[in-house]
Design a protein around this ligand. Structure first.
Ligand code: GDP
Length: 435
């Protein structure tokens, strides 16, 4: 395995920059740059760094040495904490580049080595990527939890139970005449059923984890003058922590990115929608609703004098009666607000947060955060279902075993325990260099 190096902090001017080196040559990289032995593992040492070829001083800073396997990557790792000036970083990288036992790291390569050395499973790797990308508090909490292994532990726990069931089925195959305690159905039936139920419940999560990771799309719809734009501005002004001009903003739909109590939300209102609504009222609203169907959540707004029924609202929509200051009334399942005075906005935000997924923090189990997990789980559930059917139909233990094996394999692919070569490039591609 070659020894790799990279700048691990963001490029650009900063107080401190960190360069990491991972691999068998990490010690030598330290001695070449400092003219001394590596410090004791995990103890910071203040050193002067010099160009090994000319002896010219480069900078002064901290060196840390981590001896594998007790390091991030599982290999020997050196860290140089230097001043974050562009020229300082460039000079250090140039000297490392001249050492023939080192090469520049590729994106995600440190983390890939951590995975390959068993320091992290794939869900933890994904959690780390999400943590680096996290923009809001709720995203950070979810990512940290996943990085620390909550999701991996859940899936590995299920996989272990599957392996145990598989062992029983295999014992039946290998020793059909032996006295296997109880018959196979009695032994495996309940386990398979419980596991199926747990996985189904995990899958049936309203995609909260994925929404939190990707951002929740919320559309505001309602008749003209109900106060949609005012509401959007209210929500944006009060909570806007992320204002972005990111791609995805179509020309006629105005999007505002909000940090709503830690949940990343994209609120859509719109010039385009409003014109359509203005033209032919009911038909316009219907069209606006149709366009809003792709949103994860919809806020349907009504207001006194502007249409006060919610016939266009569907199950799951958030119903808001605006202009309470003009006599708008809250009702059963309807939140009363005033975009003018701000009344009721806390309640609206609370409902938005709840629906958008912030409630996950209180949940016992970690959530699915990627389509990749969902696909693996669905595959596992399907195989498990077949195993249960075969069992009940009194089929050969071999058939049951085969489906159990497939179910376990599907989970193993999520955590990266089995057979994932083809997935790795895709997963690590999202990382930046130095991670
Ligand atoms: P939209 O067409 O649904 O986007 O509605 P607007 O946000 O443009 O609001 C229409 C009109 O209603 C504007 O004159 C707003 O100032 C007014 N408006 C919006 N919300 C309230 C409210 O809560 N109370 C009062 N009194 N007026 C409001």
């Amino acid at each position: 395995m070659e020894t790799i190096y990279a700048l691990s902090t963001a490029p650009g001017r900063a107080g401190v920059a960190v360069i990491r080196v991972s691999g068998a040559g990490a010690r030598d990289a330290i001695s070449h740059l400092t003219g001394a032995e590596a410090p004791r593992p995990r103890e910071a040492a203040l050193r002067r760094f010099r160009d090994p070829e000319t002896g010219a001083a480069l900078d002064r800073g901290l060196v840390l040495f981590f001896e594998g396997p007790n390091s991030f990557s599982g290999e020997d790792v050196a860290e140089f904490h230097i001043h974050g000036g562009r020229a300082v970083v460039a000079a250090m990288l140039r000297c490392l580049g001249h050492m023939n036992f080192l090469r520049a790291a590729m994106p995600g390569e440190f983390t890939r080595r951590a995975f390959e050395n068993g320091k992290m499973d794939l869900t933890a790797v994904e959690g780390l990527a999400d943590l680096i990308d996290a923009e809001t508090e709720a995203q950070r909490v979810q990512a940290l939890r996943q990085m620390e292994g909550a999701l991996g532990a859940l899936y590995e726990g299920w996989r272990a139970r599957l392996m145990k069931a598989l062992a029983y089925a295999e014992a039946e195959i290998d020793f059909p005449d032996e006295e296997v305690p109880g018959d196979l159905i009695a032994k495996l039936g309940p386990d398979i059923e419980t596991l199926s139920r747990e996985i189904a419940a995990h899958l049936d999560d309203g995609r909260k984890g994925e929404r939190l990771r990707d951002g929740v799309e919320v559309a505001i719809v309602g008749p003209p003058n109900a106060g949609k734009s005012s509401l959007l501005n209210r929500l944006a002004r009060r909570e806007a922590a992320i204002v972005s001009d990111e791609a995805g903003t179509t020309r006629d739909v105005l999007e505002v990115r909000l940090d709503l109590g830690g949940v990343p939300v994209t609120l859509a209102d719109t010039a385009g929608l409003r014109e359509a609504v203005g033209a032919v009222e009911q038909e316009g609203v219907r069209r606006a609703l149709a366009r809003a169907t792709k949103a994860d959540l919809r806020i349907v707004v009504a207001a006194p004098g502007e249409g006060t029924d919610f016939t266009l609202a569907r199950d799951g929509d958030i119903r808001v009666m605006n202009k309470t200051d003009l006599g708008g009334r809250a009702g059963e399942g309807v939140i009363g607000v005033s975009a003018l005075t701000g009344e009721g906005l806390d309640a609206l935000e609370a409902v938005l947060r709840e629906k958008a997924g912030a409630a996950y923090e209180a949940q016992e189990h970690p959530l699915i955060t990627r389509a990749r997990h969902r696909e693996g789980l669905a595959e596992c559930a399907a195989s498990l279902g077949r195993a249960g059917d075969a069992l009940r139909a009194g089929r050969d233990a071999e058939l049951v075993a085969e489906d159990l094996r497939l179910a376990a394999r599907a989970l193993g692919r999520i955590t990266g325990r089995v057979d994932v070569e083809d997935l790795l490039d895709v997963i690590f591609r999202d990382f930046c260099i130095g991670k």
